[in-house]
Design a protein around this ligand. Structure first.
Ligand code: DLL
Length: 437
């Protein structure tokens, strides 16, 4: 029997920070030349900023390079940022693209290997080995969740169950009958699976799962605790984005105190989203990534819109990679209601702390030139009551707690269990009607 490994690639994952920096510097110099030679769109951005490949001698020069944004990706759609001839590419993946054109990312076989290795690191960090059965319940297809974790699971040597998302009762049947020990899906789908398990009369003791690798959307510590309790597992966060590869750009270890960024492949910066100024480690701001060694779709200084903090404290797991905190939301998810900045994650924290499930819907509107905030919150079956005074007391309690957290008034509507639509992938929790007109 193989002993479980602590790291998938220990030589990289525990490399001293100064050697990682040296490695990043070499890769960046090469990557800038590759992009200059093959991506006229970015070459022009560099020329407009008055910078040439010779100006980049190492990672400390990265600030000289121009940023890329989602608008650039849309403008350059579909081939404008491709850095390899199409005959060298073997795959595309794409984002769900809620507005306008989708983002299409290209991969060579080397790019796929690099990406799957990053996912394998995440699975090993969650305690995975070739003794494990890994059920991948992220969607398969253009979305990167299923293909990325599937490839990572193969590289670790897990027996992989590619269920994709949906068919919730069958998911639970497979977990039980095929003894799945690791589950990969969005946190909202994990919560839904847990809820369905309860309804089927099953508790944590009835399933062999030991770990979950949940990401692709923001989730709170409160939600983590709920899922861990319902399923009897340790729940690990995983982060990534299609533009940079997919899941596995960063991953959590057993310390569960932030996600290690795979720094040998992806260089991270935090900037002030309004000015573009690079901020020191430990400061909250917008996360920017540079792909150091991807071939087909190598984005330099890509602005993710995700708001978070980086820290390089020594981690008890022994990994030396810098850590990013759980993103607290996207700068474009941040709601400005009556002039106040509101993140959906703050609302979720209040609801879960008060014992409500993570099934809620936030609706923002503008009535008579004034913003309104309405929150539909599902009650648990235990809370459900047809006594109106009990319900209005509970609503009042939530309104007060939300006012204390957000500083503004929110109308709360408690609704019956199971009335809010469940998500099998990324949950839709905000409707901003002001944007629809
Ligand atoms: O969501 C890739 C992924 C798949 C990550 C499976 C993890 C697991 P996109 O669809 O391109 O790619 O969406 C990327 O999702 O910029 C974040 O805003 C958000 N996101 C991803 N992971 C997390 C996370 C995949 N762990 C966008 N926490 C990113 C918070 C996350 N937000």
């Amino acid at each position: 029997m193989n002993e479980a490994k602590r790291y998938f690639q220990p030589e990289w994952e525990t490399m001293p920070a100064d050697r990682i920096k040296e490695h990043q510097s070499k890769l960046l110099v090469k990557q800038v030349q590759h992009v200059w030679d093959h991506v006229p769109y970015y070459k022009k951005l560099m020329q407009d900023k008055g910078v040439e490949p010779g100006d980049i001698t190492g990672i400390d020069d990265i600030w000289k390079l121009p940023f890329l944004s989602k608008d650039d990706l849309r403008e350059a759609y579909p081939y404008g940022l491709l850095a390899e001839p199409l005959e060298n590419c073997v795959r595309i993946q794409s984002t769900s693209g809620t507005t306008g054109r989708r983002v299409v990312a290209f991969y060579t076989q080397e790019d796929i290997d690099l990406w799957e290795e990053c996912c394998a690191r995440a699975i090993v960090a969650a305690g995975g080995s070739n003794q494990d059965v890994c059920q991948v319940s992220y969607g398969y297809g253009l979305f990167t969740g299923g293909p990325g974790l599937n490839g990572g699971s193969h590289k670790v040597g897990c027996l992989t169950i590619p269920t994709s998302s949906g068919n919730t009762e069958r998911q639970i049947m497979f977990i039980k009958d095929l003894s799945a020990t690791i589950l990969c899906c969005t946190p909202s789908y994990a919560a839904y699976l847990g809820e369905t398990m309860k309804e089927m009369g099953m508790g944590p003791e009835d399933i062999p799962l030991k770990a979950g690798i949940f990401g692709a959307e923001a989730w709170t510590e409160e939600m983590r605790r709920d899922i861990e309790k319902t399923m009897g597992i340790k729940a690990y966060d995983i982060y990534g984005l299609t533009e940079i590869s997919g899941p596995g750009v960063s991953f959590e270890c057993e310390a569960q105190t932030g996600m290690h960024i795979n720094e040998d492949h992806f260089y991270a910066e935090i900037i002030n989203p309004n000015t573009g100024e690079v901020l020191p480690e430990g400061t909250k701001g917008e996360l920017v990534f540079t792909s150091l060694d991807k071939c087909a779709f190598p984005l330099l200084r890509y602005r993710t819109r995700d708001i978070c903090v980086l820290t390089r404290e020594r981690c008890s797991c022994g990994r030396t990679f810098i850590k990013m905190a759980k993103p607290m939301g996207r700068s474009d998810d941040m709601l400005i209601i009556k002039g106040v900045n509101v993140f959906p994650s703050q609302i979720e924290t209040v609801l879960l702390n008060k014992g409500y499930p993570a099934n809620y819907l936030i609706t923002v509107d503008r009535v008579n030139n004034s913003d309104t905030l309405d929150i539909d919150v599902e009650m648990t079956p235990e809370m459900f009551s047809d006594n109106l005074s009990v319900i209005s007391r509970r609503e009042k309690e939530l309104i007060d707690a939300l006012k204390a957290m957000l500083g503004i008034y929110a109308r709360v509507h408690l609704v019956a269990p199971k009335t809010i639509t469940r998500s099998e992938g990324k949950a839709v929790r905000v409707i901003d009607k002001r944007k629809l007109v």
